[in-house]
Design a protein around this ligand. Structure first.
Ligand code: NAD
Length: 260
């Protein structure tokens, strides 16, 4: 019950990994804020959590919008009295070789993953410092924070960039008891991954089954996908860790795909 009554904002929480994290945090007693692009979807998710008897609220938040991020955090503080945990998770994927990438695609990816990480961190950190109770900031990195794959230049660059952001936040946040870490999952079957299987098959000229077996899971120790539950449990562990001993780190959750 380490997270009992802690207030956790989860971005991109209406789907996939973020949704699982939101549910698991609520189940261990946290007050969860579902932050996602569409208010309707965020509300539906918060309602599902409410029906299980746990606490959640929804905010419409495009993480690339300074105004929406600041407003969403202000609404959280008004409703729940503060912010203890940020899970900066919102993300997309764009599959394209560098030579075909448009500047818009590049900018969009960096805006969501990196600028979104910065804007949500700044807004939450300000509240954490003001409240003087410390906090935990967790970024959703990826094995692609440490490794590269073809067709994913802006994603790999963004996910590498999050390591740098997390390390600076760890150093700046320490005096206020604010910890900052990155979770780096391997492939997880979510809408983000389901969409890229046919895209990669087309780009690489191979079957969808081969994308799964010989591209996505090729370097795991057991040919298994990481699950949303694996990632959520890691987030609970990191969020509840009691000291600055665990800060500025990245934790790989990838069935051994990447060992660092
Ligand atoms: P998903 O597509 O299931 O969910 C992503 C969520 O982010 C959606 O609800 C979407 O609406 C939201 N979102 C997108 N743009 C947004 C924006 N500008 N502002 C706010 N919300 C926005 O994807 P997922 O697989 O659950 O991915 C979640 C995170 O995990 C991403 O950062 C992704 O890069 C990372 N990740 C995923 C995998 C994987 O294999 N699925 C592996 C490693 C890391």
């Amino acid at each position: 019950m380490l997270l009992k009554d802690k207030v956790a904002i989860v971005t991109g929480a209406a789907s996939g990994i973020g949704k699982e994290i939101a549910f698991e945090f609520a189940r261990v007693g946290a007050k969860v804020v579902i932050a996602d692009l569409a208010l309707e979807q965020a509300k539906a998710c918060a309602d599902e959590i409410g029906k299980e008897g746990f606490q959640a609220m929804a905010v419409a938040m495009d993480v690339t919008s300074e105004a929406q991020v600041d407003q969403g955090v202000a609404d959280t503080v008004k409703a729940y009295g503060g912010v203890d945990i940020l899970i900066s998770n919102a993300g997309i994927q764009i599959i394209n070789p560098v030579v075909d990438l448009t500047l818009d695609q590049w900018n969009k990816m960096l805006a969501i993953h990196l600028t979104g990480g910065f804007l949500t961190t700044r807004a939450c950190m300000r509240e954490m410092v003001k409240a003087g109770k410390g906090g935990s900031i967790i970024y959703m990195g990826s094995v692609h924070s440490h490794e590269a794959s073809p067709l994913k230049a802006p994603y790999v660059a963004s996910k590498h960039g999050l390591l740098g952001l997390a390390r600076v936040v760890a150093k700046e946040g320490a005096k206020d008891g604010i910890r900052s870490n990155v979770i780096c999952p391997g492939f997880v079957r979510t809408p983000l991954v389901d969409k890229q299987i046919p895209e990669q098959a087309k780009e690489l000229g191979i079957s969808e089954a081969d994308v799964v077996k010989n591209v996505m899971l090729k370097d795991t120790v057991d040919g298994e996908f990481t699950t949303t539950a694996d990632v959520a449990q890691t987030a609970i562990f990191l969020a509840g860790f009691p000291s600055n001993a665990l800060t500025g780190q990245s934790v790989l959750v990838s069935h051994g795909w990447c060992m660092k």
